[in-house]
Design a protein around this ligand. Structure first.
Ligand SMILES: [Zn+2]
Ligand SMILES: [Zn+2]
Length: 253
């Protein structure tokens, strides 16, 4: 068994996954129930977790009403705000069981949830992928990093980039100052409070120029933070930025 495990660690991710499953049967990330298959949820948790399916806004990934016949649609909020990125997708609607799971990951040290989340995100990323794409996470301020110990967006972007075979630049962007966490403030107020709060790490400018970027975050609310990140990247000569988030929260007016 030891030989099988150590040998598979040096080979394909699929083999590692299979070996892990052999030793540690999957547990439901919502309630801990043992599952026959790794990477999913148990029946009750599955029903409580709102996955976004069907027609979505091509910019923010919010669910839309209508048939999904391949025509790109934009939601009212995205049309009104004019997003600086090109396309975006989200896995979960940030409510119910999804909200509990994401909060546990963000504040409860449930790092074990990351591979499942990243797997779901990678499965959703198909329309966003471009040749030579780099994955870049939304940064957190170092003070917040001290309290939380890890940047959950960077954890996700690392796993997503691995799963999709993309390059990864975890510190391409940084926060110049701490900004208030997401609150009830609207998009305009949020944008004003974020102005200039995110910057490009100068040493990465040459690596980013000409490369499409997949910008990764855990939750999108107003989209103002993603927009700030996107503008920094475009300014550095990135030709196209697409956005992949784990969860899309309902919009504030
Ligand atoms: Zn469960
Ligand atoms: Zn939208």
């Amino acid at each position: 068994m030891g030989t099988l495990l150590s040998r598979s660690l040096a080979v394909a991710p699929a083999a590692i996954k299979a070996a892990r499953q052999l030793v540690f049967p999957g547990q439901c990330p919502g309630c801990g129930t043992l599952l026959a298959e790794e990477g999913g949820l148990c029946g009750p948790c599955w029903r409580e977790t709102p996955f976004i399916l069907g027609l979505v806004c091509d910019l923010c990934g919010a669910p839309q009403i209508g048939p999904d016949d391949g025509v790109r649609v934009h939601c009212d909020a995205c049309r009104a705000l004019g997003r600086p990125w090109t396309q975006g997708r989200a896995v979960l609607d940030y409510s119910g069981g999804a909200r509990r799971l994401v909060l546990a990951f963000k504040h409860g040290d449930r790092l074990d949830l990351a591979p499942r989340f990243a797997g779901w995100m990678a499965a959703r990323a198909d329309p966003l992928l471009r040749p030579g794409m780099l994955a870049v996470p939304v940064p957190v301020h170092r003070w917040r990093l001290l309290g939380r110990r890890y940047n959950q967006a960077a954890v996700l972007s690392r796993l997503v980039s691995r799963e999709l075979g993309l390059g990864h630049l975890p510190d391409a962007l940084w926060r110049r100052r701490a900004t208030p966490p997401m609150s009830a403030e609207g998009h305009a107020a949020r944008t004003a409070s974020l102005e200039g709060s995110i910057a490009l790490m100068p040493r990465h400018r040459s690596r980013l120029a000409g490369r499409p970027v997949l910008l990764v975050d855990d939750v999108m609310t107003s989209g103002a933070t993603l927009a700030q990140c996107c503008l920094c990247l475009l300014d550095a000569g990135v030709p196209i930025v697409n956005v992949l988030v784990l969860a899309r929260a309902a919009q504030h007016a």
